[in-house]
Design a protein around this ligand. Structure first.
Ligand SMILES: Cc1cc2nc3c(=O)[nH]c(=O)nc-3n(C[C@H](O)[C@H](O)[C@H](O)COP(=O)(O)OP(=O)(O)OC[C@H]3O[C@@H](n4cnc5c(N)ncnc54)[C@H](O)[C@@H]3O)c2cc1C
Length: 392
């Protein structure tokens, strides 16, 4: 095997697989390295489904990225024959006794405002319309408000990764799986990557190591990134559960504060269960200490706090669970930038738990960055510079 490449991509999860595919498509001599065998269930890209939507309540800077991802997934579906993107619509709703329609920080309101400002097709639903269209959400308070976006839905993370890696390999990329990068050094001519099995030289490197990024990237990332454990639950549907024929993915605020919210997906064909989850940012973990099992008490607590009395037709019987991790920045936005001390090195993997929907487009942008020195998408909102004050 040759040991000199134009670009080495370190980590072949959501971001790395997308980047490697786009590099190979552009005719770049590229190599990908992963400590596991992607797609796998040890990082941040497993669990069958990821929400995607155009009106990204996290901010307007994300809109052009997710638009490009939707285009690329459709292209990948044609190339692979796989179904990757299910456009079942997304419902963002607040049904909470504390809801104040003038509260601009309410996520449903933010999503709505962004959609209006950017001409994204959507409907505003009253409580009565939510009840009629989506009877699985029950009871719904009379003050509830819903945002329905028909172009949203969900993507299949494991399939997206597998397809992009297969297509990358078919276009000449080299894939090393089960091999861990232990050291990266740079010099004027390029970058040297040392793994537990060999040394590789590359003109450029993209580091997409997910929750392992902190250790691999060193300063200042070790002071900026936190790994937060997240739990996924699949509860069995009751017999005769009343789900709308085409159910949307959903983000559901049912009380005040982020703890009183959940998100979930329509029951997948033939599975008879509903996937539902929450987010948490307060408890920190690490790749080595991450508890990957869901306890009976955690499942019971999830059902009692987020399903019982909120989503009808779902039993307390847990049929599947998973633990996954967010790599979170201080402001919960992405970091996509050149490494401040490693030359010829781009960093992408701190996506604060909302990166999958953008991954296909970020792969395209990073490949352009490697080839042309810049990307068509403006990624300046995600630069490291914004944390200068924090790092002084
Ligand atoms: C529970 C959960 C739910 C989510 N829901 C959504 C959602 O609905 N919508 C959405 O848009 N986003 C969502 N996200 C976020 C999204 O899934 C992530 O932002 C994205 O998948 C992260 O991709 P990544 O490539 O950064 O990391 P990963 O996919 O984890 O890839 C990192 C890769 O690097 C490899 N690696 C690490 N260190 C090394 C090393 N030293 N040497 C070699 N290889 C290495 C790992 O093995 C791994 O394969 C969710 C995340 C989680 C955890």
């Amino acid at each position: 095997m040759e040991d000199r490449y134009e670009v080495a991509v370190l980590g072949m999860g959501a971001m790395g697989a997308a980047t490697l595919y786009q590099l190979a498509k552009a005719g770049v001599k590229a190599i990908g390295i992963d400590r596991h065998h992607p797609p796998h269930d040890q990082g941040s890209s497993h669990g069958d489904t990821r929400i995607t939507r155009l009106s990204v309540g996290e901010g307007a800077a994300y809109l052009p990225i997710v638009r490009n991802s939707h285009r690329i997934w459709r292209e990948l579906e044609v190339l692979s024959g796989e179904s990757l993107f299910e456009q079942c619509g997304v419902l963002v709703m607040t049904s909470s006794a504390d809801y104040d329609p003038n509260d601009q920080s309410d996520f449903t309101q933010r999503t709505l405002q962004l959609a209006k400002a950017n001409g994204i097709e959507h409907e505003v639903l009253s409580a009565e319309q939510i009840r009629q269209r989506f009877p699985q959400f029950s009871p719904v308070l009379d003050t509830a408000v819903g945002y329905f976006e028909p172009s949203g839905g969900y993507v299949r993370p494991e399939r997206c990764i597998a397809v992009q890696l297969q297509l990358a390999e078919a276009r000449g990329a080299t894939l090393l799986k089960g091999e861990t990068v232990t050291q990266i050094t740079s010099h004027e001519q390029g970058v040297t990557v040392i793994t537990d099995q060999r040394t590789i030289h590359a003109d450029k490197v993209v580091i997409s190591a997910g929750m392992w990024s902190r250790d691999l990237l060193g300063e200042p990332f070790d002071r900026l990134l936190r790994v937060c454990r997240q739990k996924l639950f699949w509860f069995e549907l009751e017999e005769g559960a009343r789900f709308a024929p085409v159910s949307p993915t959903f983000i559901y605020y049912h009380g005040s504060g982020d703890e009183a919210s959940n998100y979930g997906f329509p029951p997948l064909p033939g599975e008879g269960s509903l996937k539902v989850a929450t987010e948490q940012y307060s408890e920190e973990s690490s790749p080595d200490t991450l508890d990957r099992t869901i306890s009976t008490a955690e499942a019971r607590d999830m059902y009692d706090s987020h399903v019982r009395g909120k989503i009808a037709g779902v039993s307390a019987r847990l049929v599947k669970s998973a633990v996954c991790a967010y790599t979170v920045t201080p402001d919960s936005h992405f970091i996509i930038d050149e490494h401040p001390t490693l030359k010829h090195t781009l960093v992408v993997s701190a996506c604060s738990g909302h990166g999958f929907k953008h991954s296909a487009a970020l792969g395209e942008a990073l490949a352009q960055w490697c080839v042309q020195g810049s990307s068509e998408l403006d990624l300046s909102a995600f630069s490291l510079k914004r944390f200068d004050g924090l790092l002084d």
